[in-house]
Design a protein around this ligand. Structure first.
Ligand SMILES: *Cc1c(COP(=O)(O)O)cnc(C)c1O
Length: 376
């Protein structure tokens, strides 16, 4: 097959758009016709579609996945003196939101096999935060690369310590944990609709899921400048954080094909793992979880050599993440669990991700596998 005819893409948003282009155009034109660009009817419809999809009692959309985290922390009155436990191996937004509110992001290590927050490291960090006179208030488990964290353990520890659980599901919307859809784990869940996430729009977007009606009401007010009962009645300090009507219209159409896309992503991940497992450390998927495969990530001591080799062979690859948060210069003054976060530090040197999307052709997947297997 001519490689120039179908270059392998890391994420193939063009094929996806091609499949639903007519539906997207109709949906966008409808918004242009009714003109309700802010909080138009599509926003309500999309929130209700998200409720049906996840089974969550309350869904509040917002401007992006980072604001989604901030809005929950604001509803929970997180601020100075509070410790918010965050895995060191994640995207910066997880720590940025608590830091913005004046709280202390407290870095915890992750598990070597799942890349998700390590319960033992979390337990130690709680005690150490207390010893530093901080108030352990929230833990933010991240479902890294689309795979749900170990919620049974994290929820149990958090509950016994009076700590709230905010699930950062920016990468795992659509995933399943013990027969439940992501959105129902922890005290609140946030997600992102950034274009490259498993469910992405054509701009920024985010959402919050909560089973607590009071939190939901508070968050609805916070996303509209702390609105009271009327537009010019401001009863608290909030944010301007709404999902655009046009983005909601796009997401309504993309959600319709999302379940099928998750299946395709899982088929590709299984194909990769079956063929690569003897040569690379392939992702570990715990029992009773279904990942959305935001990334398919391999681990190797020869990472940098492999990436050079991939580039020579025109195989797209990426590193998520090259630096743990505790080592970011804007964040290194925040506390880490004693002994630091050695697993996060080492993963940052060894991980690399290969193309993952729902539109991969069999011959492309074959080619990717054969390129990787030929690495010496
Ligand atoms: C993408 C991402 C976010 C932030 O989402 P935005 O919509 O880009 O603000 C937060 N946490 C994680 C783990 C992410 O991957």
């Amino acid at each position: 097959m001519n490689e120039y005819a179908t270059p392998t893409q890391f994420i193939d948003l063009e094929s996806q758009q091609g499949n639903i282009r007519a539906e997207l155009e109709t949906a966008i034109l409808k918004v242009l016709d009714h003109g309700q660009y802010i909080m138009g009817p599509e926003v309500k419809t999309f929130e209700s579609d998200l409720k049906s999809f996840t089974g969550s009692k309350n869904v509040i959309t917002c401007a992006n996945g980072t604001d989604a985290i901030s809005l929950v922390l604001m509803a929970w009155k997180v601020g100075p003196g509070d410790a918010v436990f965050v895995p060191s191996f994640t995207y910066i937004a997880t720590a940025e939101a608590p830091a913005q509110l004046g709280a202390i992001p407290f870095f915890v290590d992750v598990c070597e096999d799942t890349f998700n927050i390590d319960k033992n490291s979390f337990k130690r960090a709680i005690k150490e935060a207390r010893d530093m006179n901080l108030n352990p208030k929230v833990v933010i488990p991240v479902d890294l690369f689309g795979q749900p964290a170990d919620f049974y353990s994290i929820n149990e520890i958090a509950k016994s310590e009076n700590i709230l659980v905010l699930t950062d599901a920016a990468q795992s919307f659509g995933a399943t944990y013990h027969d439940k859809k992501v959105g129902l784990m922890g005290d609140a869940t946030t997600t992102s609709f950034f274009p490259a996430k498993p469910l992405g729009c054509y701009g920024d977007g985010g959402a919050i899921f909560t089973q607590n009606d009071e939190d939901a009401e508070l968050i609805r007010s916070l996303r509209l400048h702390g609105k009271g009962t009327e537009k010019y009645d401001n009863i608290r300090v909030g944010l301007n954080s709404r999902l655009d009507t046009i983005q909601a219209a796009i997401l309504i159409e993309k959600l319709k094909i999302f379940s099928k896309e998750i299946l395709e992503r899982n088929n590709l991940a299984s194909f990769y793992s079956k063929n690569l497992k003897n040569s690379f450390k392939v992702p570990f998927v715990p029992k009773k979880t279904i990942s959305t495969w935001a990334q398919y990530t391999l681990v190797s001591d020869m990472r940098d050599e492999i990436l050079n080799y991939c580039a020579k062979n025109k195989l797209p690859s990426a590193i998520y993440y090259p630096k743990p948060l505790s080592k970011q210069s804007g964040y290194s003054h925040y506390p880490s669990v004693s002994g630091g976060t050695p697993i996060s530090d080492s993963l940052a040197k060894k991980v690399f991700s290969i193309p993952m999307h729902a539109y991969m052709k069999t011959e492309q997947a074959d080619k990717i596998v054969s390129i990787l297997l030929n690495f010496k």
